[in-house]
Design a protein around this ligand. Structure first.
Ligand SMILES: [Zn+2]
Length: 319
């Protein structure tokens, strides 16, 4: 049996209890900045898993997935403790602002592990790490593409010299029906928890803010459920895939500013030399014909019609 109570601020969540609340983060000029959370403290002992979404406040498909988990997972169903934070960056959410916290204009995923004496974005990072991640055995940080972007089923793990941790992260990632796994460095993202707490962390990527597609919600939702089987939180066998690790990927970028008239969708398979789209000037004259550098899948796509020189138009990943 799980004899361990979970504490959030002055709230105690006993074994077998499910609790939803708001964690106070800081005082803004007109209101208190808070963060919603749900803790499902299982009847039986087991690992603690934290799942975050809304670190980037308008990446909505993962938020739906986390809320679906909150509805569907009960203490009697699980071993250990499931912590869900559906929207980490609530200031970015209500301002409908990509990447940033609107109160101090910093990117929420570049300031971890945060600082409790700094301005709001770092306080948010500090709070979510202190209250939840520091008490966890595993961390999943769920993202989608952001405003004006779309992304297929991607997955990030973090570069580490620790082979055991690396192996755990690959296994965690393989619980998701992802197209590929990409190794990335720590740079103020939630992967900082790998070195800070020595826990395996993954960052999912899939979907777009508009529209919220159920396929993208399910990518995150089913992956997390499968991961819960893999780490022993659910008494069922996990189904692990074998996605390619660090396949070649190329960025196709805008050589001119203007209109991006794309001919492709995220997740689409393209052949070498296939037309990806055309960049035109504001009179509609063609400036750049973008073609696929090699055969692969469009793993990231700019869906904004307006494009600036140097913007990424898409990425083609050789899978
Ligand atoms: Zn993001």
């Amino acid at each position: 049996m799980n004899n361990v109570s979970f504490h959030v601020a002055n709230i105690t969540i006993k074994k077998g209890e499910k609790h939803q609340g708001y964690l106070n983060v800081a005082e803004a000029s007109t209101h208190t900045v808070t963060m919603p959370y749900i803790v499902v403290n299982g009847v039986n002992s087991g690992p603690t898993l934290t799942v975050l979404s809304g670190v980037h406040g308008i990446e909505c498909a993962p938020v739906e997935a986390v809320l679906r988990l909150a509805r569907n997972v009960e203490p009697m169903d699980i071993n250990g403790t499931l912590i869900l934070v559906p929207i980490v960056n609530t200031e970015g959410f209500h301002a409908r602002k990509p990447y940033h916290n609107q109160l101090d204009h910093q990117n929420q995923n570049k300031v971890f592990p945060g600082d409790k004496k700094a301005s709001i974005t770092k306080r948010v990072a500090f709070s979510v790490f202190e209250a939840f991640v520091s008490k966890s055995d595993y961390l999943v940080d769920c993202h989608s593409a952001d405003l004006g972007e779309d992304a297929t089923r991607g997955m990030f793990i973090y570069k580490t010299e620790d082979e055991e941790l690396h192996r755990k992260m690959v296994k965690m990632a393989s619980c998701f029906d992802c197209d590929f796994i990409e190794s990335t460095s720590f740079s103020g993202n939630t992967g900082e928890a790998v070195t800070l707490y020595g826990i395996p962390c993954i960052m999912t990527e899939g979907g777009t803010p508009y529209p919220i597609r159920d396929d993208d919600v399910l990518y995150h939702y089913l992956g997390i459920k499968n991961l819960m089987r893999h780490i022993g939180m659910i008494d069922e066998e996990a189904a692990l895939g074998s996605p390619p690790l660090d396949p070649p990927t190329k960025r196709v970028w805008a050589m001119h500013g203007g209109l991006w008239r794309r001919k492709i969708e995220a997740g689409q398979r393209v052949a070498e030399g296939e037309l990806l789209g055309v960049v035109s000037d504001l009179h509609g004259e063609t400036l750049q014909v973008a073609t696929a550098p090699y055969g692969g899948v469009v793993s990231f796509l700019r869906i904004h019609y307006s494009v600036n020189e140097g913007d990424t138009l898409c990425r083609v990943t050789q899978i």
